[in-house]
Design a protein around this ligand. Structure first.
Ligand SMILES: [Cu+2]
Length: 126
């Protein structure tokens, strides 16, 4: 009886992780490391449904890799925090000046795990 109880406790802990999906980002537009002209949208594709909880566009200041700081201007992007989806397309607010940027995202998956990540891209002039 005690063993049976222990087993059901273990199953209760282990099973939710199996039933509910963990989520990973699979691709973005622009892709990490891309050189692009000022994009009109950002696309984030996940392997499972998530809700976005944060999305920030950061500029990278400095020219060489050593001079780079990650504390440039931060622009909060407009997204629907209620939307649960695998793919998100978010409008870029205006024209991005040539330079280096990174987009920081945060999300919560259906297994209630939070993830965060970023991708870097360079805007070049036409
Ligand atoms: Cu998870």
């Amino acid at each position: 009886m005690k063993q049976c109880l222990a087993l059901s406790v273990i199953l209760a802990i282990v099973l939710p992780g199996v039933v509910y999906a963990h989520a990973k980002i699979v691709s973005t537009v622009p892709a990490d490391g891309d050189f692009v002209t000022s994009p009109e949208t950002f696309v984030l594709n996940f392997d499972n449904k998530v809700r976005l909880t944060g999305m920030e566009l950061h500029t990278i200041e400095g020219v060489s890799a050593e001079e780079r700081t990650l504390e440039g201007d931060i622009l909060q992007l407009d997204f629907d925090p209620e939307a649960s989806a695998r793919s998100f397309t978010v409008a870029v607010p205006g024209l991005l000046q040539p330079g280096e940027y990174y987009l920081l995202w945060r999300c919560i998956a259906s297994d209630s795990h939070f993830s965060t990540g970023e991708f870097f891209f360079t805007v070049i002039s036409d």
